[in-house]
Design a protein around this ligand. Structure first.
Ligand SMILES: Cc1ncc(COP(=O)(O)O)c(C=O)c1O
Length: 396
């Protein structure tokens, strides 16, 4: 289809010259938009909560959501948290890693990944990412291992899965725990196996920006049912009963209102995912054939979580920079995000730390200025896709 022509029909503006300014959208289009349940469906659940007055502390809706998520994700342990960061902090605490030991992770992630390591009194060690997946390069991770390394915290960034087989082998051969930040990977599977079953534990975020959300929230999954008790204690101040505290726990509990939203959203997730799959297809169509624009790789046997639509914009082939496109979209009321730029090692707390790489210049330091996530949710209209297409095809 001729995009410029399509745009003239939809937006009613004629773009005769190749370098004509593409039109802006009336309403801003943001990178994400929360999936929200129908208020009519939410009210009866809220009425139940109000009647019971059991508003938090593992109430019935919390228990139902945990059971439903355990089944949905096909895991043996699924424990809700009040956000993904508390989940990450708790997952690292779960394995009693030696104080001050090193945890290898990705610099290309949200700061919470590295913060969770630091909050445990552990040391983040950043390893380079693989050019294909932008997840931690197993060879760089192997190079980063020292006698003080206790764990690898891989990040399934954008929902692109880490090389879970390589990390399983590395963890087993070097006696390391393997934990995944699966904030972007809800519902992803590899060869039919749920992402929540890989490694010793995985942590999901249910923040409003995530495909499945509880406004704020998180989840730890593990492949072992025997982890439940310890996570339970860690999540609730270490309380075992009225008279016993058995762990140095935190308050990581999700409340009943969030659980109610989660129960309803879980029913809407497949529909939202289907719409995002359509949007992915549409974006791929309109960006096809543009030199220097690389879309998220398809991983063999992997079902995508449909969390993000990341691009890598190589200015040497494409002729314009990521920042140029970001600004041009913004001028047209389309708010893409430079996830994740700056990277963790650009931030004050981690600036002094190197990035261990197999290359002279770490790949992540080059790719960080090329990554861009386009708006990706069911609220992205055909008009928005046309405007985005025009920006990418425009010569300006
Ligand atoms: C990769 C990653 N890890 C961790 C988090 C933190 O999750 P939360 O916001 O639920 O605390 C986020 C973002 O929200 C994230 O994108």
């Amino acid at each position: 289809m001729n995009l410029l022509r399509a745009n003239t029909t939809i937006i009613g503006r004629v773009l005769l010259e190749e370098d004509a300014q593409p039109p802006a959208l009336g309403e801003p289009v943001l990178v994400s938009q929360p999936l929200l349940p129908d208020l009519d469906e939410l009210m009866p659940l809220l009425q139940q909560i109000w009647k019971r007055k059991h508003v938090t502390n593992h109430g019935p809706l919390h228990q139902r959501l945990e059971a439903e998520l355990q089944a949905y994700l096909g895991v043996d342990t699924a424990m809700l948290f009040n956000n993904g960061t508390t989940g990450l902090i708790t997952a690292l605490k779960l394995f009693d890693l030696p104080p001050g030991s090193e945890v290898i992770t990705s610099p290309l992630t949200f700061a919470a990944t590295a913060h969770a390591i630091s909050w445990n009194g552990l040391k983040p060690v950043f390893a380079d990412v693989s050019p294909g997946t932008l997840t931690v390069d197993p060879e760089a991770a192997a190079r980063a291992i020292t006698e003080n390394t206790s764990a690898i915290l891989g990040v399934h960034v954008y929902g692109t899965l880490c090389d879970v087989e390589a990390f399983a082998a590395l963890g087993a051969s070097r006696d390391l725990r393997v934990i995944y930040d699966a904030a972007h990977a809800f519902g992803a599977t590899k060869k039919g196996v749920s992402v929540g079953r890989f490694g010793d534990a995985s942590v999901f975020s249910f923040h409003a920006t995530k495909l499945f959300n509880t406004l704020e929230g998180g989840l730890i999954t593990t492949p072992n049912a025997q982890d439940r008790d310890k996570i339970y204690y860690l999540r609730n101040f270490g309380i075992k009963n009225e008279e016993e505290i058995v762990e140095v726990g935190i308050n990581g509990k999700m409340n009943e209102v969030q659980a109610a939203i989660g129960l309803l959203n879980l029913h809407g997730v497949e529909n939202e995912k289907a719409k995002r799959r359509q949007l992915r297809k549409r974006y791929c169509e309109v960006l096809a054939g543009l030199d220097g624009i690389q879309t998220q790789p398809e991983q063999p046997g992997v079902e995508n979580s449909e969390q993000y639509f990341p691009l890598i914009i190589d200015e040497t082939c494409y002729g314009r920079t990521r920042d140029h496109i970001y600004d041009a979209l913004k001028a047209r009321n389309v708010f893409a995000r430079k996830y994740f730029h700056p990277i963790c090692t650009d931030f004050e707390p981690y600036r002094h730390l190197p990035i261990v790489s197999t290359r002279a210049i770490p790949h992540v330091t080059e790719v960080k200025s090329r990554v861009l996530c386009l708006p990706f949710h069911s609220g992205v209209s055909q008009d928005a896709v046309s405007v985005i297409a025009d920006v990418f095809h425009s010569r300006r």
